[in-house]
Design a protein around this ligand. Structure first.
Ligand code: SAH
Ligand code: SF4
Length: 406
């Protein structure tokens, strides 16, 4: 065993960051700093060129206020909410419980639309990728991954056009961040995917084709927390789409202060892109690690509310040949996450044109999985889906992403 690998067998170095000593105080200041930094990436107002306001993406309170603005009482909001999110209506004329003159008035002031579907591709394995074009011409992708055996599946949503972070193995990371997506653009991806399978009205209960949401598409959802949270609140609302928070998983590269916020406010499942067990390697693979090192990320996982009630946290670990896939690293990983109710999702690296890594061999992945599993953590290997249409994890990237005419 080389000295390097032997070193990995010890508990990985945990650099001390003074900030981590007081997570609560530090968190508030950090969150304010993050918000200020991303403010310039805010989405444009959700309005058409004719000034009509988009209703998809408004919270219930905002919907009441918008309707109040044209002199309509609050109970209308409840009715319209039902039509939009339960029935999936995209036209006021379909809202049959609303009198014709009011339908007309509503359509003069408002719209109920989806992002434009610029392209759809369906993989040989039935995975379906959507390219959405938003009002300003920016584009992002979503992927629907049907379960192979059951009538259900996951919708992988994008939270940003591009990404400010540049993880070395990720295709999206090679695209600079254009802007954050708004709540309507995020929930709209899900609704458009539902349109594509005709799954309206919203099924009651858990039996549904589009049964889970994973925030694992383009972008870092915790660098667009407010809009992602607003979209997920809409999705979870029981009088509309009504997806349980247990059916939603938010994946982050480790934006520690926002992990605390998401845990306190949303309570969705958390997935953390770990990918390395030493700061030295993680600094290189996930550059955000220089700001929030492994120790801080793991502590935030321990604080995450679901971790205390045994809802498991997912650690994502991309398998890169000869880079992070040794047995010693598997052992270091289980020591790092000891005591956290967790599972480890091993993701064989999905290559993209010009990518600097290779996928670990099946033998290396098998050995890694076995060690993690023997330590009591389930360690499923994520079967790549939709690779033929560049729809697998980390392969999403939109060529255009530019404003129309720009
Ligand atoms: N920005 C968030 C969510 C989007 S990425 C995050 O980083 O967690 C979703 C998952 O795909 C992450 O775990 C990410 O590390 C992984 N991923 C990125 N590129 C990949 C690739 N080329 N092959 C396999 N997984 C990849
Ligand atoms: Fe951004 Fe996630 Fe890709 Fe990293 S892995 S560049 S955080 S989308």
């Amino acid at each position: 065993m080389s000295a390097e690998v032997a070193a990995l067998d010890r508990v990985p170095a945990r650099p001390q960051t003074p900030a981590a000593d007081t997570p609560a105080d530090w968190g508030e200041a950090e969150r304010a700093r993050i918000r200020a930094k991303i403010a310039r990436f805010a989405p444009p107002p959700a309005k058409g060129p004719d000034g009509r306001v988009e209703l998809v993406g408004l919270s219930r309170e905002e919907l009441v206020a918008a309707l109040g603005g044209i002199g309509e009482p609050a109970f209308r909001a409840k009715q319209i909410w039902h039509w939009i999110y339960h029935q999936g209506a995209t036209d006021f004329a379909r809202m049959s419980t609303i009198a014709k003159p009011l339908q007309q008035k509503l359509s003069e002031h408002f719209t109920v639309t989806r992002p434009e579907v610029a392209a759809v591709q369906t993989s040989t394995d039935s995975t379906r990728k959507f390219l959405f074009r938003f009002r300003d011409g920016r584009e992002a992708e979503s992927v629907y991954i049907p379960d192979r055996e059951e009538d259900r599946g996951a919708v992988c949503l994008s939270s940003q056009v591009g990404c400010t972070l540049s993880c070395r193995f990720c295709h999206t990371g090679t695209q600079v961040l254009a802007r954050n997506l708004g709540p309507g653009e995020i929930v709209g991806q899900f609704m458009a995917a539902r349109d594509s399978y005709g799954e309206w009205p919203s099924p009651k209960g858990e039996a549904r084709l589009l049964s889970t949401i994973v925030l694992m598409g383009m972008g870092e959802p915790l660098y667009n927390y407010d809009n992602v949270a607003a979209a997920m609140r809409i999705v979870m609302d029981g009088e509309g789409i009504g997806l349980s928070r247990r059916r939603i998983t938010l994946s982050t590269s480790g934006v520690v202060p926002m992990m605390d916020r998401a845990g306190a406010e949303l309570g969705v499942n958390l997935a953390v892109s770990l990918h390395a067990v030493t700061d030295e390697l993680r600094d290189e693979l996930v550059p955000l690690n220089r700001k929030y090192p492994i120790k801080d990320v793991i502590e935030a996982c321990r604080r995450y509310p679901s971790a205390s009630n045994a809802r498991r946290i997912t650690f994502e670990y991309v398998m890169l040949k000869g880079v992070n896939d040794s047995a010693a690293e598997a052992r270091a990983l289980v020591r790092l996450i000891a005591g956290i109710p967790a599972k480890v999702n091993l993701i064989p690296f999905n290559p993209w044109p010009g990518s600097p890594y290779e996928t670990s061999t099946p033998a290396a992945i098998g050995r890694f999985a076995e060690i993690v599993n023997a330590a009591g953590f389930s360690s499923p290997v994520r079967t790549p889906r939709g690779r033929d249409i560049l729809a697998a994890c980390g392969q999403l990237r939109t060529a255009a992403g530019k404003p129309s005419g720009g």
